[in-house]
Design a protein around this ligand. Structure first.
Ligand code: SF4
Length: 699
């Protein structure tokens, strides 16, 4: 008998829905749902082929334990759980509760993230835990939290269709979020599109105006735009007075940021800055969209807040087609931000606040003392502690830092210092799994149930379509088994299945900005086409799409949004004589995702995306080096060197090159700098040199 099951794509944060038709356990088709309010029948190639990635013969089918001979051998779950508990308890007993950490993901359903965070911190008694969302969204989360009082992206995808001016800063949705770009194309207002990006990306190619800002000159440029808006009095004084704080200080700060005075740092002629400011002034609905070009910066939080400041000072928030809008990266990064129990407690409660801890303890019916009263270390500090030898046990779940971590060469030495590394993943072959002492086989997103939250705060259902292979099981079930084996299972007796966990998380949101107590379980989510938070029990609206801050009230103690700003800082590793070229990195293909852990296993996707790492280089630079398209070229930084193919592109200005994040070569070169507020790595700028001297040209 045929059955149609709807599920949410588990790659990017757009959150597209698909209808899987199955018969006798076999998948017959997997097609984008035409009525889902996110994708409206559209998809990108990754989504179409989502289920194919789970068919790989590289799947982990049983737990695998490293033997004395150094090989990984299959073991049963009983043995795997016994070793997991013995080794981590042994490390804890010898070195204390701060000697074990986990690194997880923005890819798992939020019920799984929440259970992991609760078991690890409240049940097992550890402290240090972080997710790979630190690598992409920490900046946006901190920027919103500081400015609005809560991590609250204000928009709905409908805003793509309702703006008359859309400004994309460090965002390339044509490649990275193609279904969002489709929503832009649905805009019937003939909107003007502006792109601020050092590269002439595919999105920039579609724009009315492209501002090729110097790498990391974006903060100065945004301040210069604000300077002109203020100088011309193109501001919404009424909105500023009634709904914000800190504008007088921000105005003083802007004095030093005339377009002329920052031109050498931005590379943008003052006339272009004036033109952009005028366009903002003359438009009735301006939306500003940013993603990793802003987030992954040594000054990402202040750059994101410079975008927020422009929206606030011009009153472009809370109305259709407006907003300072962060586009998220991973499918459930938003769920991670609210429920992973890593940087805050559930529902954004503060770990360091006694009352908040009591609230969560009451909700979970546990003693408040089980909840740590301080935050654990962020990702890069955890890795530093591994290097220093104070963290000796690490549990890596559904992420691949040995490929994706900035300056990844340095990570290998760190992983090898560990006494015990557990990798919980779909595959045995990731760069990180190759270092594991124990591999726990996990189910893929089409093999389990839960919920994701997409970029526009929409909760969508992930439904099980097929059974996981071999002895693999859902991460949810793995965490429950670990809790039982550890001896803290009773503490989580109410977390019997994902929907029970969802109900617990719902309760945690009561009265919070992200209140979802009005959702009547998974069935309502399925029937409604997902639901955006907030969705409280009382006083909610039932619109399919809605945005925040229509009433001009923010989540800060005084209800006002804050202008936040500071001096800009030079890039941490400027180009110099030895390494004269600036390396940019980012997503390179619509058909690949992150480290290619899943997409690289799909033949169709491999056919339509580059199979070898490449560096894009300006034609003048290529000519100076005697390089032709496809030639091998050595790219070297102070961290290492790689040999990749040259792709000659006029999308880059001389002195800059671009490499895609999907290949393991790229992060051998990147410079490990971090934003001081979000601790997000600054992937977008490093100094390198190119060389072809000892290489043969391909003919
Ligand atoms: Fe949609 Fe993103 Fe999945 Fe593509 S990868 S189908 S855009 S959710």
């Amino acid at each position: 008998m045929k059955e149609v099951i709807r599920t949410t794509c588990s790659y990017c944060s757009v959150g597209c829905n698909f209808d899987a038709t199955i018969e006798d356990g076999h998948l017959l088709s997997f097609l984008p749902n035409k009525t889902y309010p996110v994708n409206l029948g559209k998809s990108c190639p990754k989504g179409f082929n989502l289920m194919k990635a789970f068919e790989s013969d590289e799947r982990a089918l049983t737990p695998m334990l490293r033997t004395g001979a150094g090989t990984l051998e299959p073991v049963g779950w009983e043995k795997a759980l016994e070793v997991f508990v013995d080794r981590f308890k042994g490390i804890r007993d010898e070195h204390g509760p701060e000697s074990v950490a986990f690194l997880s993901t923005g890819q798992m359903p939020m019920e799984e993230m929440a259970l992991l965070g609760a078991v690890f911190k409240f049940g097992m008694g550890f402290l240090h835990a972080d997710g790979n969302t630190r690598q992409c969204m920490a900046t946006a989360a901190v920027a919103y939290k500081q400015a609005f009082g809560f991590d609250a992206p204000p928009f709905s995808y409908k805003d793509f269709e309702e703006s008359d001016l859309l400004i994309f800063v460090g965002a390339n949705p044509v490649i990275a979020h193609p279904v969002m770009w489709n929503r832009v194309k649905m805009n019937k207002k003939n909107p003007r599109i502006i792109v601020i990006d050092p590269r002439k990306t595919k999105t920039a190619g579609e724009a009315a105006l492209h501002l090729p800002v110097k790498p990391k000159g974006d903060l100065d440029l945004l301040y210069a735009v604000a300077h002109v808006l203020l100088e011309r009095n193109w501001i919404d004084r009424d909105f500023i007075d009634r709904h914000t704080s800190g504008f007088a200080d921000f105005s003083n700060h802007l004095r030093d940021f005339s377009p002329k005075s920052v031109e050498s740092r931005t590379g943008i002629p003052p006339a272009l800055v004036e033109e952009l400011a005028r366009m903002i002034h003359e438009s009735s609905a301006v939306s500003l969209w940013w993603t990793m070009g802003v987030n992954q910066s040594h000054q990402g939080v202040r750059t994101a807040q410079a975008i927020i400041n422009i929206a606030l000072m011009t009153g472009n928030i809370g109305r259709p087609g407006t907003g300072p809008n962060s586009i998220t990266g991973q499918a459930n990064a938003m769920g991670s931000r609210l429920f992973s129990n890593t940087t805050s407690l559930f529902a954004g409660y503060d770990t360091t606040n006694d009352e908040h801890r009591r609230t969560i303890a009451e909700l979970l019916n546990i003693d408040t003392d089980f909840i740590p009263d301080r935050n654990g270390m962020p990702y890069h500090k955890i890795l530093e502690a591994v290097d220093a030898g104070s963290i000796k046990g690490l549990w890596v779940i559904a992420t691949n830092p040995a490929h994706s971590w900035i300056d990844r060469n340095s990570l290998y030495g760190k992983l090898d210092k560990l006494d015990f590394l557990v990798v919980q993943d779909l595959y045995t072959t990731t760069e990180t799994a190759r270092h594991a002492d124990l591999i726990l086989p996990a189910a893929g997103s089409g093999e389990k149930t839960g919920t994701f939250i997409n970029s526009e705060r929409r909760l969508g259902i992930v439904d099980k379509i097929t059974d996981p292979p071999g002895e693999a099981m859902s991460d949810f079930d793995i965490f429950r088994h670990i809790a039982d084996a550890w001896g803290c299972g009773d503490m989580f007796s109410g977390w019997t299945h994902p929907e029970a966990a969802f109900n617990i998380l719902q309760h945690s949101t009561e009265g919070r900005p992200c209140d979802i107590t009005g959702i009547a379980g998974y069935d309502q989510l399925r029937a409604a086409g997902g639901i955006q938070w907030p969705y409280p029990k009382t006083g909610r609206d039932d619109k399919t799409e809605r945005r925040l801050f229509a009433d001009g009230r923010f989540y800060t103690s005084d209800g006002r949004a804050r202008f936040l700003f500071e001096q800009s800082h030079d890039v941490p590793e400027p180009a110099d004589e030895e390494y004269p070229v600036e390396l940019l990195s980012g997503r390179g293909s619509v058909a690949q995702f992150h480290t290619q852990t899943r997409t690289g296993k799909v033949a169709m996707l491999n056919k339509i995306s580059p199979q070898k790492c490449y560096v894009e280089i300006n034609p003048d630079d290529a000519e100076a080096l005697g390089l032709a398209d496809g030639d091998d070229v050595e790219v070297a930084s102070r961290r290492g060197s790689v040999i990749v193919s040259a792709v000659i592109s006029d999308g880059l200005v001389p002195g800059q090159v671009f490499m895609p994040m999907h290949f393991e070569e790229t992060n051998r070169l990147t410079y490990p700098a971090f934003d001081p507020y979000s601790a997000e790595p600054s992937y977008k700028h490093s100094a390198v040199r190119l060389s072809v001297a000892h290489l043969k040209r391909e003919t």
